[in-house]
Design a binder for this molecule. Structure first.
Ligand code: BTN
Length: 247
């Protein structure tokens, strides 16, 4: 079932409420625009009309240690849909952004609702996707305009958002289910589109700032960084981004 709002603060927030009310897996909350879209690290996700903003509720029955991989699976699904539908070649910036032509075209925010459960699996996952689709660069806040792109800016044509929503939700469900039997192949496929691989990167986590080069993901979905002193780090959280001007 798809529930569409003209405008809402955050589809993730609404989806979480619906999950708590017991709505079934497969429920989708979609908004034409969001007034307080949620991004990673508590940031706001700029969500002007023309983009595609939705949250998909799933109950994938995955062991807790596999749960962080849902973000990677969702990113891979979105990349594949954009490639299949429009012949685009997006890359995935760990853990949750899609990049097109070196600029951000989509962000993903997965939120897990862990309830006490006999089999130690998380009951529900909300997968929120914000895709810059038919919007123009001028629709975004001035400070992020240099950093983002949209499908329209890339292809010079508008796309059918309803059809895209159907393809994306189906592909995300499929990749998340694939994690159950075939986690290694999901991660192997993800690695082919790693935007940060062999690039100069900066990682910021609380007070610590690391400069180094991206080395790809581990079998647990952590990101490996070799710092400028040659030490290897496995990153769990924090903010990882390409170093401006870095190769
Ligand atoms: C990020 O880039 O930091 C993640 C952005 C995720 C944004 C999407 S838009 C639909 C869903 N609802 C939200 O409030 N956030 C996600």
């Amino acid at each position: 079932m798809i529930i569409t709002y003209d405008q809402i603060d955050s589809t993730n927030r609404v989806a979480k409420e619906l999950a708590a009310e017991g709505r079934p897996a497969g429920t989708v909350v979609h908004a034409v625009s969001q007034s307080a879209g949620k991004g990673q690290y508590g940031r706001c996700f700029n969500s002007p009309a023309g983009g595609l903003y939705f949250s998909l509720l799933l109950e994938p029955d995955l062991p807790l240690e596999i749960l962080p991989l849902t973000t990677l699976a969702a990113g891979l699904a979105c990349r594949n849909v954009l490639h299949q539908a429009f012949n685009l070649v997006p890359f995935i910036k760990w853990p949750n952004d899609l990049y097109l032509g070196g600029k951000k075209v989509a962000g993903i925010l997965c939120e897990h609702i862990c309830t006490p459960h006999p089999s130690d699996t998380a009951a529900k996952v909300i997968i929120g996707v914000g895709l810059n689709a038919n919007n123009r660069i001028g629709d975004f806040d001035g400070d992020i305009q240099p950093l983002v792109t949209t499908l329209f800016e890339h292809m010079r044509k508008t796309v059918d958002l309803d059809a895209l929503l159907g393809h994306l939700t189906q592909a995300i469900s499929g990749q998340v289910m694939r994690l159950r039997q075939d986690r290694e192949s999901v991660l192997a496929e993800w690695q082919q589109y790693d935007f940060l691989l062999h690039r100069r990167v900066v990682h910021v986590c609380e007070e610590r700032v690391l400069h180094g080069v991206g080395q790809g993901i581990t079998s647990q979905g952590l990101y490996r960084l070799r710092d400028d002193h040659g030490a290897e780090h496995e990153l769990i959280g924090g903010q990882l981004r390409p170093q401006p001007g870095g190769a």
